[in-house]
Design a protein around this ligand. Structure first.
Ligand SMILES: [Fe+2]
Ligand SMILES: [Fe+2]
Length: 216
């Protein structure tokens, strides 16, 4: 089905409050079993919705939906998850394991919710790594995921940047995330986390940052 139809049946706006259907709530709880991750999902969803509204984008509930579902692959069974990657996403098998959940998320959306329109699928599929040529919804989900107030750092200026203008805000958040990942790379020497092909292309395309320069 389309995301639009799914939203019509499962996500309602009542008195400026967003209400989820019982079916969708229990689906989310069955997939996102970790309580912190569950709260993060609701928090990201609300932020996506607020950013869409502040920027006067059409259909802000679509951003809520993509936000609330973005980590649906996170608690997937490890062994089964590796099988899914091997079978359906083989080209990404050498990606860092923590990025697997973005592909598994897309798989769950297609197989469990029968969602087949690209907007939400791609927003989930690339929310962890980013990529070049991202759609508006991909950028907003990527950014809001990184600046969720529940992440435990002061992201208020980044949230403001997204609400003021999501296009320039995205680049500000992307750069902040790049710096954060780079500090992790230096600590752990985990080059694949920041310079896997999708992320490297994203940083190059949007920030003009090449891998070699930063590592010298
Ligand atoms: Fe994620
Ligand atoms: Fe997330």
């Amino acid at each position: 089905m389309t995301s639009e139809l799914f939203i019509k049946q499962n996500i309602f706006l009542e008195d400026n409050k967003i209400i989820l259907s019982d079916d969708f709530l229990s689906f989310l709880k069955s997939k996102i079993t970790d309580e912190r991750r569950y709260n993060h999902s609701l928090s990201v969803a609300l932020l996506c919705y607020e950013v869409a509204k502040a920027n006067k984008l059409e259909n802000p509930l679509l951003y809520y939906f993509a936000g609330v579902i973005h980590d649906v692959g996170k608690n997937f069974d490890k062994i089964k998850g590796e099988e899914v990657i091997d079978k359906y996403y083989h080209e990404y098998i050498d990606y860092p394991k923590y990025a697997y959940h973005q592909f598994i998320g897309e798989y769950i959306l297609m197989h469990d919710l029968t969602i087949f329109d690209n907007d939400v699928l791609n927003a989930v599929k690339y929310h962890c790594t980013g990529r070049k040529l991202m759609s508006p919804i991909e950028k907003i989900i990527y950014a809001c995921d990184k600046i969720d107030p529940l992440r435990g750092f002061d992201s208020s200026s980044l949230i403001k940047a997204m609400k003021d203008d999501w296009k320039s805000g995205f680049k500000v958040v992307l750069k902040a995330n790049y710096d954060y990942l780079l500090s992790k790379v230096k600590l752990k020497n985990d080059l694949n986390g920041i310079f896997n092909e999708l992320s490297a292309e994203c940083f190059k395309y949007y920030l003009g940052i090449e891998r070699r320069k930063e590592l010298n």
